[in-house]
Design a protein around this ligand. Structure first.
Ligand code: NDP
Length: 304
């Protein structure tokens, strides 16, 4: 079951009549998104203490990639206060002249949160904050000082790698199915002024992975039931914990393997919640009820 909010399109903006403060998530596809119930639950709770938020509402829009530039102009004219961007818009919006990317989001090459200002949109990226906070909450581990093994070299891995470096992890080891993509990611993040030891290693050469590392899965291996494991955890020496950014399914075969081996393990729901918390803080400048957001996503996942 999907959340009950309708799916709007670009054409709906021409006749947009909502008179309150509007927020929205834009994606293509967008049907799967559980951001609307998560943010609307938070806004309902915030409205109990501050009546301003009673007129705020979060919508979802299916926007084709080629329509994003025109859509952002229309959302601005319609005075939307903030937007979340999901696949494939995070990377497209980063390159648009209408989006002023914050310095913190520059090395990530993607933005997931836009804030309306009187000068236009500012582009933030709250995924790294979500990841670090989720890992802290679920696994009681700081990225700072940790040996990190990062699986993947796509957009999510890039954001995770930047966050690990910015938070001064002890070392960062990247593994990816396709060596070329791994080499490109390493080259890109090597330009960041970080003292963290950084390297990529081949999947068949795992003997040099540090013992006791925190393993982060930022690949999409596990989204489909017959996907292979992103790495066999039996090949690593005593991982301290496993964080799988995937949250649908809630338990990937990778997480199941971690649990079977007695390794503390968590899925990406907490990352989803905390990237949303930070986005809502940016839009509202107010304290955001984390528990209401977590309850809403757990409920939305259970209803699927
Ligand atoms: P991309 O398409 O940019 O990257 C996909 C990555 O997964 C690549 O490194 C790719 O390797 C690897 N991969 C894909 N299939 C396999 C496979 N069968 N075996 C091994 N590796 C594979 O995707 P994103 O980076 O945008 O997203 C990655 C994951 O992160 C997704 O599952 C997404 O759901 C999750 N995510 C979770 C968030 C959260 O809030 N919890 C937020 C953002 C993302 P190769 O280079 O070899 O193709």
């Amino acid at each position: 079951m999907t959340s009950p909010e309708p799916i709007y399109t670009l054409a709906d903006l021409d006749t947009w009549s909502f008179s309150g403060t509007a927020l929205a998530v834009l994606g293509h596809p967008i049907k799967h998104s559980i951001s609307p119930p998560m943010h609307n639950a938070a806004l309902a709770q915030m409205a109990l203490n501050d009546r301003r938020f009673g007129s705020w509402k979060y919508f979802r829009f299916d926007i084709a990639p080629e329509d994003l530039p025109a859509a952002l102009k229309k959302f601005y004219v319609r005075r939307f206060k903030g937007l979340n961007l999901t696949v494939p818009h995070k990377i497209i919006a980063f390159g648009l002249p209408d989006v002023a990317v914050t310095p913190a989001a520059q090395p990530i090459g993607a933005v997931n949160t836009l804030l309306r200002t009187e000068h236009g949109w500012t582009g933030h990226n709250t995924d790294g904050y979500g990841l670090a906070t989720g890992i802290q909450e679920d696994l009681q581990r700081d990225l700072r000082g940790a040996d990190i093994v990062l699986l993947g070299a796509g957009g999510a891995a890039r954001g995770a790698a930047v966050e690990c470096l910015q938070r001064s992890c002890a070392s960062l080891t990247i593994l990816n199915r396709t060596p070329k993509a791994m080499d490109e990611l390493i080259e890109l993040i090597s330009t960041l002024d970080s003292k963290v030891p950084l390297r990529g290693i081949a999947l068949k050469d795992l003997s040099s992975v540090p013992a006791g590392a925190l393993v982060i899965n930022a690949t999409s291996a596990g989204l489909k039931p017959d996907d292979p494991l992103p790495v066999n955890l039996r090949s690593l020496v005593r991982p301290a914990g496993v964080y799988d950014m995937i949250y649908n399914p809630l338990e990937t075969p990778f997480l199941a393997q971690a649990r079977a081996l007695g390794i503390p393990a968590a899925n990406g729901l907490s990352m989803l919640v905390h990237q949303g918390v930070r986005a809502l803080e940016i839009w509202t400048n107010a304290t955001v009820p984390v528990e209401a957001m977590r309850d809403a996503v757990v409920k939305a996942m259970a209803a699927r």
